[in-house]
Design a protein. Structure first.
Length: 503
């Protein structure tokens, strides 16, 4: 075993990749296969100071004849004062095609979920993409997510195994359609994590839980990798449409790429100040996907959304169990609705997803219920993009929101009731599966109606009358009984708006 010391600053260089600044360390070299059989290992040690660049690359010269690359790493976790982030170091790898922004050389990322990985032609650790181990300069990518005041000391062990490569099996992906019921309401969860990122469930376990939750579709959304795409084909069926995507996890917020073409990788190595997000949002759309900022007001480090919503096709307002940051996201989204009707511009629909990682996270809590022409990728995406959807805490909850005018005109969720400003409008919500919940009708003027609690059966009909001059839109919230005082209870469901008026 050979060792390299990357401590200090004498053997490193800072460069800019076209996005965030990055640090490249000294190259790690290996003997050629001609020098003898057997695996060869090199160990690299170093310390990263506070304020390190977002990404640190360790170049590795890989000779020809290598069958497998295996990497493991450790780093110190010193005690830090309360409120001060400690050390957290992510890891991934790029092959001989390089680290250029866009990810042409991307071969895998596990973030901080694993302490080691391997890849070869016929297999790879979840989160990594199997394929040939070609000769050239590879790069181990380290991501110092947070660095303690004492610095971050790490040890990186790289092992090359020589020999004949295995056979790379062409990937097989799930179909773009399921059987469906024609034009109907379909239930889905578009934000899920498996063992291919920081989840603990296999794709098979997630598919089984999705079926048990009454879902019709799900979306694969691993952090910063598309490696799971080829592991869903056998799990789809007439009863379950499986879309493919990614949770693009930047240092300034996360965004779900929803329903992209199979094998699409979306780079994450930029911040809001780099003015690069638009490029990758366009890439998502070219690949047939939707751009959905996730948990925009989450309090975890790097989770708060800072890229704005100009590129968003929808926004994830409700993420997992309903918490105060979801209440803030809901209010913020409502403010965007108000601005859209006042300024006469397009509005952004809302979604909800579980972001389930492991037990006891519940797949399908919450879920987005979409009115779509069929159970296909394109039809589901069109329903989401048009805002023909509502969000419910489970498959037990069903809603039907309509607005009707005096001459029989009517409109549903995501649609517009075209009536004159003073025409009486009846807003009607039919509910099932929500015992003791209250209904609130929310407009651009705020909450204008709150019902009495629904009966213990959970079913009921609530009506309210208004005009387009009084309410430019109406959306419904279904809330559990409040725990105390005037605060609203946790959401059981909410709808996208019905718009009123002739624009």
């Amino acid at each position: 075993m050979c060792e390299d010391d990357h401590a200090g600053i004498g053997r490193r260089a800072v460069f800019v990749t076209g996005a965030a600044a990055a640090l490249t360390l000294a190259t790690v070299s290996f003997a050629s296969a001609a020098d003898g059989p057997g695996p060869r290992t090199r160990t690299v040690r170093g310390t990263l100071p506070p304020g390190s660049p977002d990404f640190v690359y360790v170049p590795v010269d890989v000779p020809s004849g290598v069958r497998e690359i295996r990497v493991s790493y450790t780093y110190d976790r010193p005690a830090v004062p309360a409120g001060t982030p400690g050390n957290a170091l992510d890891i991934g790898v790029f092959d001989e095609r390089g680290t250029e922004l866009g990810g042409r050389g991307f071969r895998g990322w596990s973030g901080g979920a694993r302490s080691e990985f391997f890849l070869r032609a016929d297999d790879a650790t979840p989160g990594y993409v199997p394929g040939p181990v070609r000769a050239g300069t590879w790069h181990i990518a380290l991501g110092p997510y947070t660095v303690a005041p004492q610095g971050l000391s790490y040890e990186l062990t790289i092992t090359l195994t020589y020999g004949e490569p295995g056979e790379t099996v062409p990937p097989v992906y799930p179909p773009r359609r399921a059987k469906g019921r024609g034009r109907a309401w379909y239930r889905g969860d578009c934000h899920l994590h498996s063992v291919h990122s920081d989840g603990r469930r296999t794709p098979a376990e997630i598919a089984a839980l999705a079926r048990a939750a009454g879902l019709d579709f799900i979306n694969s959304s691993e952090h910063n990798t598309h490696s799971a795409h080829a592991h869903w084909a056998d799990l789809a069926g007439d009863d379950l449409l499986i879309l493919l995507g990614e949770e693009v996890t930047t240092r300034n917020g996360h965004v779900v790429a929803l329903g992209t073409d199979p094998g699409t990788f979306v780079d994450w190595r930029y911040r809001a100040r780099d003015n690069r997000f638009g490029r990758f949002a366009r890439q998502v759309r070219r690949a047939g996907g939707l751009v959905v900022p996730a948990h925009p007001h989450a309090t975890c480090i790097g989770c708060n959304w800072k890229f704005g919503f100009g590129e968003a096709d929808a926004v994830e307002v409700w993420n997992g169990p309903y918490t105060p940051d979801d209440e803030v996201a809901l209010a913020d989204w409502d403010g965007m609705l108000v601005a859209s009707v006042r300024e006469g511009r397009d509005w952004i629909p809302a979604m909800g997803s579980s972001d389930a990682h492991r037990d006891p996270d519940t797949v399908g809590h919450p879920q987005t219920v979409v009115l779509a022409d069929d159970l296909t990728r394109e039809a589901i995406q069109e329903g989401i993009r048009a805002g023909r959807s509502y969000v419910a805490e489970s498959a037990k909850v069903s809603l039907a929101l309509t607005a009707s005018g005096g001459r029989g005109e009517h409109a549903g969720i995501g649609e517009r009731l075209r009536v004159d400003a003073d025409t009486p409008v009846t807003v009607r919500l039919e509910v099932s599966g929500a015992p003791r919940c209250t209904v609130r009708f929310v407009t651009d003027q705020g909450v204008l109606f709150t019902s009495a609690p629904l009966p213990v059966s959970g079913s009921g009909v609530v009506e309210w009358r208004t005009t387009a001059s009084y309410a430019a839109y109406v959306r419904a919230e279904l809330r559990h009984e409040a725990a105390a005082g005037p605060l609203p209870g946790a959401l059981a469901a909410f709808t996208n708006p019905v718009f009123l008026g002739r624009e």
